[in-house]
Design a protein around this ligand. Sequence first.
Ligand SMILES: C[S@@+](CC[C@H](N)C(=O)[O-])C[C@H]1O[C@@H](n2cnc3c(N)ncnc32)[C@H](O)[C@@H]1O
Length: 266
Amino acid sequence: MKGMVRFVGAGPGDPDLITVRGLRALQEADVICYDALGVAPELLEGLRAELIYVGKRCGRHSRSQEEINALLVELAQRGLEVVRLKGGDPGVLGRVGEEALALAAEGIPFEIVPGVSSATSAPLSAGIPLTHRGVADSFALATAHRRKGEEGFSIPPYNERTTVVLLMPVRTARAWQAALLRRGYPRELPVAFVSRGATPAQRVLVSTVGAAAADAEAARITAPTLVVIGRVVGLRGRGLRWWNDRDARECAEEPTRVDVLAEARA
Ligand SMILES: C[S@@+](CC[C@H](N)C(=O)[O-])C[C@H]1O[C@@H](n2cnc3c(N)ncnc32)[C@H](O)[C@@H]1O
């Protein structure tokens, strides 16, 4: 008897921001395979399911993607109800397609429960809607993660009506800053780093294209952080800041809750 796999988006890190369907899937699961960053630990408390950690630690994969694919297949073939829990929305830089294709190849049924992506919710919690009438009518999302030897970013040429969101921007800040300047982004265009967005630990650093990398280093920005580039960032200072977040410059020396959890797990 084959089981099935439900891919569930956990939301941006606040346990209240998972969907009702996603929460029900966690409660019904026999086994949950989860990543570290982005998944609120509270979501995993008090469940009957066996918990298997398959995430990254200090930039290293604890299991390769192929091993994760094989694990999901094996668990489902044992007849188990499996949840594969992923941060944010599984379809946004979440590799859900690779894992679901591995299941499809073995004829294993799966379901995908969408989640609240950090890409939209973290900016919004920082008082930065990605579109705003008369300011921006489109947005582009790109990863700023680079594998060794990989060049270039999928950053579009500058258009003042397009907001750009970069995920995984911390390690490559110097490189994407240079890419923005090459593509015609004005040096004074505002940039916001939103760390642990949409959670009680949210920190925000507002900078500019010209100063972004140096400011992020000075403020010791760490993952999970995303970057918003464009005129919509200015709305935060014009009255849209509604979350009681902290300025990243003021708490550069303090360890974060995520740092403390990562240490405890190591
Ligand atoms: C591998 S991507 C996965 C994105 C996820 N699927 C989503 O929809 O949010 C991980 C990156 O998402 C961003 N991220 C995730 N949670 C975040 C949060 N609460 N605040 C800011 N950025 C976050 C960071 O850029 C992080 O490095």
